[in-house]
Design a binder for this molecule. Structure first.
Ligand code: 5GP
Ligand code: ZN
Length: 114
């Protein structure tokens, strides 16, 4: 998707602080962190949201969680705890229309969700 900001990050047209990359997955620091650890983990494939995940995406989605687990350890929050968030659509607060998983930690997070 030529006008997708995260596709541009995948294609290195926009710089980002990359923490992990493989053929199908990219993880980079959120530009506007809400906690000391705030990483976005995305499939390189342009999937708009959870609503658009198809059977062929199952492996990459599963692998994203393995990457999240490893990053949580590397970034020192595996023991203290962290939150994985995927906003979906307007009511879910999704701003960027490319599926992404927020890995947030490094402080005690509030319990408020809605
Ligand atoms: P959403 O609300 O869609 O779940 O979250 C989008 C996230 O992407 C936000 O936390 C925002 O700070 C982050 N973001 C938006 N544009 C950029 C960018 O150009 N670079 C990086 N690294 N993060 C971005
Ligand atoms: Zn995209």
């Amino acid at each position: 998707m030529s006008d997708c900001i995260f596709c541009k990050i995948v294609n290195k047209e926009i710089p980002s602080e990359i923490l992990y990359e493989d053929d199908n997955i990219l993880a980079f620091k959120d530009i506007n962190p809400v906690a000391p650890v705030h990483v976005l983990v995305i499939p390189k494939k342009h999937i708009i949201s959870v609503n658009d995940i198809i059977d062929q995406d199952v492996q990459v989605i599963g692998n994203i969680f393995v990457v999240i687990k490893k990053l949580a350890t590397q970034l020192g929050v595996a023991e203290s705890g962290y939150r994985v968030v995927t906003n979906t659509g307007k009511d879910g607060g999704q701003v960027v229309g490319h599926l992404h998983f927020h890995l947030i930690g490094g402080k005690e997070l509030g319990i408020k969700i809605g």
